[in-house]
Design a protein around this ligand. Structure first.
Ligand SMILES: *Cc1c(COP(=O)(O)O)cnc(C)c1O
Length: 345
């Protein structure tokens, strides 16, 4: 598949590492019934460019190229109070000499504090131009359009990056990841049986799926929902995969049964910590010195661990975990990830 006809900015020099996790695999095995557990590999998309990198970096390479092509001078986007996506978008704007504004949705009431650590600190350090805070349930696209209209009145030109960077253009970033993985599997002689990744605004899951289908990579993808159960999440992923496939001109109907996700691990609520997340964050930090985050990858890895203990994976199956980043928000939840606070299972 030829991605070269889509304008792209580059924020990462080389491919991110694809690595086996020997210590984590052994620790997981020790807790699985009958030692029936997978061999766990990792794709280090937490090492992508921008400050620091994560899955949003790949989407922004295509979205920001589109913004520049349209002559925009300001990126406007939205997210939750500890949004990695907002921080990555700001980081791209800084690199490109653009301005950046956010609309922040308080999904948990009164949860945005300007002086908070983690991503909120980075918003200030990298110089966000303005932040509009709105209550849960606000129509975010309308709120961003209002910001764009304010800028237009000042003679400026905004480019609206949708939540999570998840539209057809952003999804191309994970088509590029599919191609990068295909090359690494070949060069490193690695055979992966299944991929596990997070499923939120769905550009990552949907984009990778479109990339796998388009490149005839026959590896099943398992999404772990970070905010929704499968009944609500799977249609979003399917829609995203189809939109990406259409943009690529693949002439393909994405099979509905190629979309698979699990709920459960995101509870009690998006971004609210649980014990399974704490175990996962501690386990990877203490076996491989790799940092996960409390909002996304901690819960996603908790899903992988939970599925392994349920016997979902075959013995010695090679499972690839896509590390989508997020480490800055660890610092906004230090007591929680150290296990110093009571929280639901
Ligand atoms: C945004 C995000 C996700 C979810 O990816 P989507 O493409 O929105 O589904 C997963 N992990 C991290 C660290 C994120 O910031």
């Amino acid at each position: 598949m030829d991605l070269s006809r889509f304008p792209r900015r580059r924020y990462t020099k080389d491919a991110t590492p694809l690595e086996f996790l020997p210590n984590f695999t052994a620790a997981l095995r020790a807790t699985c019934p009958d030692g029936k557990s997978p061999r766990v590999w990792i794709k280090r998309d937490d090492m992508l460019g921008l400050t620091p990198g994560g899955n949003k970096t790949r989407k922004l390479e295509f979205l920001v190229a589109d913004a520049l092509g349209q002559g925009a001078d300001t990126l406007v986007t939205c997210g939750a109070p500890q949004s990695n996506h907002c921080r990555a978008t700001l980081s791209a704007a800084v690199k490109e000499g653009m301005k950046c504004r956010f609309v922040i949705e308080e999904r948990v009431p009164n949860s945005y504090r300007e002086e908070a650590s983690g991503n909120n600190f980075l918003f200030r350090l990298m110089g966000v131009e303005a932040i509009t805070v709105v209550p849960a349930g606000t129509n975010m696209m309308e709120a961003m359009q209002a910001v764009a209209a304010e800028l237009a009145a000042l003679g400026r030109k905004a480019y609206i990056v949708p939540g999570g960077g998840s539209n057809a253009i952003g999804g191309l970033g994970y088509v590029a990841c599919a191609q990068e993985l295909q090359q690494q599997f070949f060069e490193q002689g690695v055979q992966i049986d299944r991929v596990v990744l997070g499923s939120g605004s769905s550009g990552t899951h949907g984009g990778l799926l479109a990339g796998f289908l388009g490149n005839r990579i026959n590896i099943p993808i398992v999404g772990i929902g970070v905010s929704r159960d499968p009944a609500d999440q799977d249609p979003l992923v399917h829609k995203e995969a189809q939109a990406v496939s259409d943009l690529l001109g693949l002439n393909m109907t994405v099979p509905r049964d190629a979309v698979l996700s699990f709920g459960d691990w995101w509870r009690p609520k998006y971004s609210v910590p649980n014990q399974a997340m704490v175990e996962a964050v501690q386990m990877l930090a203490r076996t491989e010195a790799i940092l996960l985050d409390p909002v996304y990858t901690g819960k996603i890895m908790a899903g992988l661990i939970g599925l392994a203990r349920q016997g979902y994976f075959g013995k010695d199956e090679n499972v690839l975990f896509i590390h989508t980043g997020g480490a800055p928000s660890l610092h906004a939840y230090e007591a929680e990830v150290l296990g110093l606070k009571d929280m639901p299972a």
